[in-house]
Write a protein that binds this ligand. Sequence first.
Ligand SMILES: [Zn+2]
Length: 447
Amino acid sequence: MTTTLVGTMAVAAALSLGCARQPLVPTTTPTTTPTTTTTTTTKTDVTLPTSLLVVAPHPDDEVLMAGGLMAAMRRAGRPVSVVIVTNGDLGCGRDGFVRESESIAALALLGVAENDVVFLGYPDGHLAQFGNHALGPVQRVGVDGVCAPASTTIARRGRHGRDAHTDRTGEAGVFTAPSLVADLRAVMERVKPAAVVVTHDIDDHPDHAAVAVFTRRALEDIGQGSLLLRSIVHLGACWPQGSQRRGPCSSAPFQPTTPMPPLPPPFGNYVPQLRVPTSLPTSLPTHDGPERKMQAIATFVSQTGPTPTTDWLASFARLDEPFFPVQLEAGPAGTLVRVGGSAVAADVRCRVDAGVDGGANGCEVDAGYRLVLPSSSSAPLRAEVVTAAGVAVGAVAVLATDVLAGARWTIGVDHRGDDGGVVEVTVRRDGVFIGLVVDPQPTTSTP
Ligand SMILES: [Zn+2]
């Protein structure tokens, strides 16, 4: 059955046509795209995907990113699964088990059952440090309530009442990227989502950026094409409580009658191609859309305190939910490639002579951008993307183990004229997705 819900926004293009999945239709500035001859119109059908997976770094991110979309999916009788990567138990200062329960209660309000929620149980605040070698023990509160060093995954709620790694293998998972990616992969293979909501690489929070990377890797590992709906939670001190980058924040948090504001500088031109109304179907009154999302947010009492509508989290309960979509399809040699856009993959010839301490690491200018690998082993390691003119655009987190002699780094340059003329620069090492940066004011010409 196809549930078609009519929105009121301008059409850009269908991200994916002619396949079995039911795409959401992105909506934004009028433009032409490779996948359709449609240019402008005033209406569009917002078609829900046949199934949805939401991947959240911490308990509450799933609701902030996609509370409205999840509720609409469940109203339409479509399956929604949620993966929460950490328990939000940074150090021992926060009770991860309380936060797990808050997520379960919030998701129940939106129609998602506990059996469709998976907690991976990795440690809050450490995901960007995950590499091939196990991260040493971190302070966590165990099931006995005692704060102690721990080196493995733990969870008490969600599907089967334990963390996904233990549930799947009989043993808790260690803190490595392969373990985390394998856990994500297992969920994806089980639920086969047509669309995946996940954090965005440019999110300020290192856990959020890391989850974006690991989710993309998991999808590529299994060669499973999907509509990736990227969502930003942290960008500057205020957004979306106002559009400025720094405080004091300009508006009241809870604004149920306004859409989400543009991103703060310098990303004002980076336009989300998809805005999903929180009142879907549109016949729903506002008080069952943003208000319902606010009700779900208010469940996270450990985060909001006693007056949730005055907390920053309330600023996500708006008329819509913005996403930066990418339709990924199976490409050559097990890769996933983006459908549409005008991506240019460029091999960059990097000098990586002596690991991270070589001092002369870097890549030659290609495709308008240069990758500068870290020349010191001091953490955190970040590979900078700079323009041909030497202007820093952004950086992706890398691990010492990524910067290996002989590694082949690749920059993919994607001119996204359909969402404000910005450029997304994708960084890979030996074909493995490392992350991407966004150049909001590109000086390079569109090919
Ligand atoms: Zn978070």
